[in-house]
Write a protein that binds this ligand. Structure first.
Ligand SMILES: Nc1nc2c(ncn2[C@@H]2O[C@H](COP(=O)(O)OP(=O)(O)OP(=O)(O)O)[C@@H](O)[C@H]2O)c(=O)[nH]1
Ligand SMILES: [Mg+2]
Length: 479
């Protein structure tokens, strides 16, 4: 059976998970009301936190799908996923148009040479403007230096929530068939007999953990076959290698993992049995084989201290309160939380480095629910120095304000070292795009802007731009 591999990428809330769920429903892989957002926190917050794999069957083809998170703090996770698939569905809200994270994930896709299929979603919204959104997406492709081939993208119009897709806006449709057919037409087949006959090469792009099985690696089989109980070599890009054994092997189906005895080239699998496996390493058949090119892990951008609660009220909220319990929990987190780093060297606190406030907030919330109680310090941005140039994390802020307020907002953001990248009239408002140092936003408290009328228009959940830039000279002093 042919295999095709895709990822669904978008800005937060544009409908990736709704689309994945609908694809599973239509192909009979999941029932009504079943969602890929299965984790407790995901259900409560209504956002995807962890990227997840599934597969559906359509016309004798297995389509492996990775549903990715849209929040900017998880952008580097999306980037890793993109390395391992062959095409993306770039979902864009037909009312909002492209947003900062659309730009980030599209840029990464184009750089990898992928040819995205554009999915304009939520065309049922009363204020949807699909033609405009399509034009904006085209401009974004151009701005990001898309090749002619990439620019010649196919657009599908969807109501993901209802499981409807159309090849043309004027078409009638009652299901996702036009989208599935576009995937069949445009996404290359990942499984070929020639690749299947080569010796095994598999590369993990994600990690997971199971209390009984230990660390699990999720990766793509590029060449060859892998079997349960197979002895393998794990090779790093620098040539170092070690041996190991696969104890269990799974593929993904609907919401479940399915244990299999054998899997072949092109498929995405999960393996158990390699306790120290890491992203980007190559699982292969023999030490003579060449490792696949590595996968970059983005560096943390913020840090803060986790410490034992020493207040008089300690022990009231949690059952795990000691330094040792805290340390054990954090060590366990490092098993799977790839963007996270922790410095355990201090006696009275642990310094946690993460990819943004949301990244750390999710960890803290999970710990709280498990019964841990702790104190944290104020977060700080990480200042890096390379060749004498200091750099700091920046964010992209999009602000929609009535015309008469634009001047005040521009002035306030400029005073905090914000650089205006774009200014466009939109629906009687002005849309401003700023690049601004993360610490400027913290210092000003993005939620308590002193222009009351502008507050309502400030889009919360500003997006970490995922890049470091030369430190701004006149920003607030580093705290
Ligand atoms: N009106 C309308 N709403 C939709 C449509 N598709 C999704 N939604 C809604 O949009 C919201 C976000 O949808 P999700 O599928 O969770 O978005 P997402 O892109 O997975 O979000 P993150 O994973 O958090 O980045 C939900 O409330 C959906 O019900 C659609 O076609 N029309
Ligand atoms: Mg989602």
């Amino acid at each position: 059976m042919d295999i095709r591999n895709i990822a669904i990428i978008a800005h937060v809330d544009h409908g990736k998970t709704a689309l994945t769920d609908a694809l599973m429903r239509q192909t009979g892989m999941a029932g009504e009301g079943v969602s890929m957002d299965s984790n407790e926190l995901e259900l409560e917050r209504g956002i995807t936190i962890y990227s997840k794999n599934t597969s559906v069957y359509y016309k004798d083809t297995k389509i492996n799908i990775v549903d990715t998170p849209g929040h900017a703090d998880f952008g580097s996770e999306v980037e890793r996923v993109l390395r391992s698939i062959d095409s993306v569905l770039l979902v864009v809200d037909a009312q909002e148009g492209p947003m900062p994270q659309t730009k980030f994930v599209l840029k990464k896709s184009l750089e990898l040479g992928l040819k995205p299929i554009v999915v304009l979603n939520k065309i049922d919204k009363p204020a949807a403007r699909p033609e405009w959104a399509e034009e904006m997406v085209y401009e974004l492709f151009l701005d990001l230096g898309a090749s002619d081939e990439q620019l010649d993208f196919t657009t599908i119009y969807t109501i993901a929530r209802e499981g409807i897709a159309k090849a043309k806006l004027t078409d009638g449709s009652s299901d996702l068939t036009p989208l599935l057919d576009a995937i069949m037409r445009l996404v290359p087949v990942a499984s070929s007999a020639a690749a299947g006959d080569k010796p095994l090469r598999l590369q993990p792009f994600n990690l997971a953990y199971d209390n009984f099985l230990g660390r699990l690696a999720i990766g793509r089989i590029y060449e060859g076959k892998i079997a349960k109980a197979q002895a393998v070599i794990v090779k790093k890009t620098n040539g170092e290698y070690r041996s190991g054994k696969i104890t269990k092997l799974y593929t993904f189906e609907g919401l479940n993992r399915k244990e299999v005895a054998l899997a072949g080239a092109g498929d995405i699998v999960m393996t158990a049995g390699l306790p120290d496996i890491y992203i980007g390493e190559t699982i292969c058949a023999s030490a003579e084989q060449e490792a696949l090119p590595g996968i970059n892990i983005d560096e943390p951008t913020i840090s803060l201290n986790f410490l034992v609660n020493s207040s008089p009220f300690a022990g009231r909220d949690g059952k795990f309160v000691t330094n040792r319990q805290l340390k054990e929990r954090l060590e366990k987190e490092l098993e799977v939380n790839v963007g996270l780093k922790i410095d355990f060297s201090s006696a009275d606190h642990y310094k946690v480095f993460g990819r943004g406030e949301m990244h750390i907030a999710i960890l803290l919330e999970n710990m709280r629910r498990e019964g841990y109680e702790l104190q944290i310090s104020q977060p700080q941005v990480i200042i890096k120095e390379e060749n004498g140039v200091k750099s700091e994390p920046f964010e992209e802020a999009i602000i929609n304000v009535p015309e008469k307020l634009a001047g005040t907002v521009i002035e306030k953001l400029s005073r905090r070292s914000g650089a205006m990248m774009e200014m466009k009239p939109e629906h009687g408002n002005i849309r401003l795009v700023f690049e601004i140092p993360t610490r400027s936003l913290w210092a000003s408290g993005a939620n308590s802007w002193s222009i009351p009328a502008a507050k309502a228009y400030f889009i919360p959940g500003l997006s970490v731009f995922g890049r470091m830039s030369e430190i701004s000279k006149n920003g607030p002093s580093v705290r």
